[in-house]
Design a protein around this ligand. Structure first.
Ligand code: COA
Length: 694
């Protein structure tokens, strides 16, 4: 993540600073969901990463794993790091095979066609070159000069830097319009975010393409403005610097312990994992260009290794110290967040989300502010201003910083609102905030004449949604009433869609599981990519689909009743063909772009595309459960199955849809109190196989 610092300081001109302070920038041009962009180029066939040190090989592995048919060059000026990189990549692939994340054949394809080379001439046919050398401006400029001499005029060139603005690195390039910063986070082969920097000389088409490319290859691109440290490292380096400023009045261990309330690992633990000490150089640059207050802590320069504890272990601490640390550490994050938002360095959505996926925050910093409330945030900021004068304070009223969608992206495509669930770190699993945000958008535009309809889809190409957030379940297990209420509350979006006059189309871009499938089937139509998978895995967790899943499919597609029995009772997965056969899926799509195109067309047809769920009883075939019910190799709980069978049958026999839905909620309440649910949910969260003995 952090492998050096800004190599040279060029003072930021006042007028540029004023511009940054005053204007609200528009970072995202065509869409917020990158996969809605129509890319101007295909995926790269040949790619190179220059620099085989810490992060370069990891970027290379990500590229090759995402695009195994392509050719990759890993370049360095000395042989040793290249040899080490080769070993590292083989190790990654071996481990992936051991953990069954990849087959041996896939691993072979990933490792094939990688050249570990010292010859820049090898890059002549590359479509994309990512520089990941040391953080030193003259060195980077020299590398770009060498690359430009060899590659084609249309080759894209990016730099992985955590802090140096694009105009400084690319100032000597002949064609800077094809270059920008792409900032990866450690470990780059697995970590989702990549900051993609929008700067004045980069061609808009190049930026849009990179935005699309990263998402199409499994990353989460976040567009930021071109300032020192971009967006997320402003939070990170100032957080670490502030931690060091608190020493020696408190210990590193105490600081880490207090911050574990907000992050999975404290600043000193993370600094120990980072090679070198980028925080000093980066805060030094901030100090030189943005103000004295950013001065690096004295101790940062003299300590190589901090004495701290493993996250999660106990540390003694007086109450006064806890309060001092907590207020200062919150003060610095809040200050950075206000500054980032006020100057338009990044969006509220990306800042809040990025801190979670890149910096290990348990919840976003704007969520922390929301939980603390306005008075407490004001108290912390006033205290911080007294103790650390000069640090940015908010320019706007508190409400402004809370007014955004945390879990969804909303785009406009041809008069249709495309709602994208963005929780790729949890396979776009649904929690009550996600569904509340979806509902708010539907309500807001339901009667807007400028909006023809809606599409709901998932971020990335793996999952529409992997269901309800299983992490939420433990708190209601064993509590019948709370579980019933939970399903009723979750169903608010579905109930609203049942009454809408404008069509809502589910664009299923991969897995639609459990609660995700219950959301998709309640939309008025479903379009799905060829790799889509539909499943109710609840029985494998010892529970049932309680938000209409046990009743709605039978009413909408009675032809599929036997298949639904298998899906709900035995966790059977179905693909697009089967779903098309029973009428559950309206259209299949070849890829994401085709999917959205078809879904938008359907949603754009207006009221005609709204299909209501039939009311009245429905005839279903008898449910036959095998004597040893299994899902895959997993023996299922008979106790849970008997509740499911009863719920499906009673739901089908109910006179009205509303009664049937209530039966479904009640079924969920009953099953949540059974032993099977306790075992199934606990096992999932402990990442083990459940064992059902009833
Ligand atoms: N709720 C909460 N988190 C979920 C989730 C859900 N429904 N589905 C996936 N996730 C999380 C995983 O816990 C994991 O988080 P981690 O990286 O912090 O450990 C992350 O998403 C990635 O999932 P992972 O299991 O590592 O990916 P995979 O490719 O091996 O498997 C699934 C993907 C979807 C098959 C698997 O995650 C799964 O079975 N999920 C549960 C699906 C389910 O039962 N849904 C119905 C709920 S009612």
């Amino acid at each position: 993540m952090h492998s050096g610092g800004v190599g040279a300081c060029i003072p930021l001109r006042c007028e540029q600073m004023r511009k940054q302070m005053g204007e609200k920038k528009r970072l995202y041009y065509p869409y917020h969901n990158p996969l809605l962009v129509s890319p101007a180029r295909a995926l790269p066939k040949e790619m190179a990463v220059v620099g085989a040190g810490t992060i370069g090989p990891d970027i290379g592995y990500y590229l090759k794993r995402a695009m195994p048919d392509s050719k990759l060059f890993l370049v360095d000026v000395v042989e040793k790091p290249l040899k080490n990189a080769q070993k590292r990549l083989s190790g990654y692939a071996e481990r992936a095979v051991d953990r069954k994340k990849m087959t041996a054949q896939q691993a072979e394809a990933v490792l094939a066609d990688i050249s570990y080379t010292m010859a820049y001439e090898d890059l002549k046919d590359c479509d994309l070159v990512i520089e990941a050398a040391t953080e030193n401006i003259p060195l980077k400029q020299k590398i770009f000069e060498s690359i430009e001499k060899i590659v084609r005029a249309d080759t894209l060139i990016t730099s992985n830097t955590s802090s140096i603005p694009a105009d400084r690195i690319f100032s000597r390039m002949e064609r800077p319009d094809r270059a920008t910063v792409t900032h990866f986070f450690a470990p780059a082969w697995r970590s989702l975010p990549v900051e993609v920097v929008s700067w004045e000389k980069v061609n808009r088409e190049v930026l849009d393409y990179l935005f699309w490319l990263f998402a199409a290859t499994g990353k989460v691109p976040l567009i930021t403005d071109n300032v020192i440290c971009f967006m997320l490292d402003r939070v990170f380096v100032n957080w670490c610097n502030e931690a060091a400023q608190l020493l020696p009045d408190v210990t590193a261990s105490q600081v880490d312990k207090v911050t574990e309330e907000f992050v999975f690992a404290g600043p000193f633990f993370v600094l120990n994992m980072v090679n070198g000490n980028p925080v000093i150089i980066e805060t030094n640059t901030l100090q030189a260009e943005e103000g004295e207050h950013y001065k690096p802590a004295r101790l940062l320069a003299s300590v190589d290794r901090w004495h701290t504890h493993r996250p999660g272990t106990g540390v003694d601490m007086p109450r006064m110290s806890r309060e001092t640390i907590r207020d200062r550490m919150l003060g610095v994050i809040f200050s950075q967040c206000f500054d980032i938002i006020d100057r338009g360095i990044g969006t509220k959505e990306d800042l809040n989300f990025g801190c979670q996926i890149a910096l290990g925050f348990r919840e976003g910093p704007l969520d922390i502010m929301r939980d603390l409330g306005e008075d407490e945030v004001n108290r912390i900021m006033q205290k911080f201003d007294r103790e650390r004068p000069g640090y940015p304070q908010p320019n706007e009223a508190e409400g402004f910083y809370q007014d955004f969608n945390r879990y969804i992206l909303v785009d406009d495509v041809n008069g249709v609102k495309v709602i994208t669930i963005r929780r790729p770190q949890a396979m776009n699993a649904l929690n009550d905030e996600v569904t509340a945000e979806i509902l708010k958008v539907l309500e807001e535009y339901a009667h807007d004449p400028a909006v023809k309809g809606f599409v709901i889809t998932g971020y990335g190409s793996r999952a529409f949604s992997a269901g309800a957030d299983i992490g939420k379940f433990p708190e209601m297990l064993g509590n019948r009433d709370a579980s019933i209420q939970y399903s009723r509350d979750c169903a608010n979006v579905q109930l609203f869609m049942d009454r809408m006059q404008k069509p809502v189309v589910a664009a299923v871009n991969g897995m639609a599981l459990g609660g995700g499938l219950e959301l998709a089937i309640r939309c008025h139509s479903i379009v799905a990519t060829r790799n889509a998978v539909f499943q109710f895995p609840e029985i494998t967790l010892g529970i049932l689909p309680g938000i209409g899943g046990c009743v709605v499919p039978y009413r909408k597609w009675p032809k599929g009743a036997s298949l639904f029995h298998e899906m709900i009772c035995l966790g059977r997965r179905i693909g697009v063909e089967e779903a098309l056969n029973i009428g559950m899926v309206d259209e299949a799509a070849e890829d994401y772009s085709d999917l959205i195109g078809k879904a938008v067309n359907l949603a754009g047809t207006g009221g005609d595309a709204v299909k209501r769920i039939p009311d009245g009883r429905v005839q279903i075939p008898p449910i036959e459960i095998p004597s040893k019910p299994m899902a895959g190799g997993l023996a299922l709980s008979k106790e849970a199955l008997s509740i499911i069978v009863k719920t499906i049958e009673a739901g089908a026999a109910a006179e009205h849809l509303s009664d049937a839905l209530e039966i479904g909620y009640a079924g969920f309440g009953e099953i949540a109190c059974a032993d099977a649910a306790q075992e199934g949910i606990t096992a999932f969260l402990q990442k083990r196989r459940p064992e059902y003995n009833k």
